[in-house]
Design a protein around this ligand. Structure first.
Ligand SMILES: *[C@@H]1O[C@H](CO)[C@@H](O)[C@H](O)[C@H]1NC(C)=O
Length: 195
């Protein structure tokens, strides 16, 4: 009788610990996801922000710096994929004007990649002693990346462009531009709360 009682009590306490740990982890996941959602309200494209960054919630936790860093990472990955797609497209048969717009775009995207990589590098090395300079560098580079992307889209906006290529390229670049705009907003938000 006493044995059974101790045995059950042991199980009961173990279960209680497991349940507590589970509730804690559910609470943490909810807190992290809520943080991503509320940070996204500072961006121009909050829905895209949330869909692209909520998967990184456990990495971001509740840090505005990690949020901005993750946004830069996602933007870089998207710009890389788009650039690779355009390089592939530019070797397909295109009208001379399209080929020219595509070449310009690939070049502008190469600049974008460079600017995003430099920004990520400084985000990694950011400290209180270099804060002002690095922050201002990042704001400059990410703004420049946005300008490059817009220049690329404008090249495809002209009427003489083929419908399918235009729609495809324009759509991909627009996503990169929106992600970049969001990353810039998150960097600016991080800068404003850091003071
Ligand atoms: C950003 O990407 C780097 C390199 O892949 C990775 O080490 C880092 O954890 C990422 N940071 C965030 C916040 O996503």
């Amino acid at each position: 009788m006493g044995e059974t009682y101790r045995f059950n009590r042991h199980h009961f306490l173990t279960s209680l610990l497991i349940i507590t740990a589970m509730l804690k982890s559910v609470h943490t996941i909810t807190t992290n996801t809520e943080f991503v959602k509320s940070s996204c309200t500072f961006t121009t494209y909050p829905r895209l922000c949330f869909t692209s960054l909520s998967t990184q919630a456990s990495l971001i936790q509740t840090s505005p710096k990690l949020m901005a860093h993750a946004a830069l990472n996602i933007t870089l990955a998207s710009a890389k994929a788009t650039s690779a797609m355009m390089v592939r497209l530019s070797s397909s048969r295109l009208k001379p004007r399209e080929a020219a717009a595509m070449r310009d775009c690939v070049e502008e995207l190469a600049d974008t990649l460079d600017e995003l990589r430099k920004s990520i590098g400084e985000m990694c090395r950011l400290s209180s002693s270099n804060y002002e300079v690095y922050m201002s560098d990042m704001q400059t580079w990410v703004s420049a990346a946005l300008t490059d992307e817009n220049t690329c889209t404008e090249g495809f906006d002209r009427d003489e462009m083929n419908g399918k290529t235009k729609v495809l390229v324009r759509g991909k670049i627009l996503v990169v531009a929106h992600l970049t705009s969001n990353a810039l907003a998150l960097i600016n938000h991080f800068a404003s709360i850091h003071g």
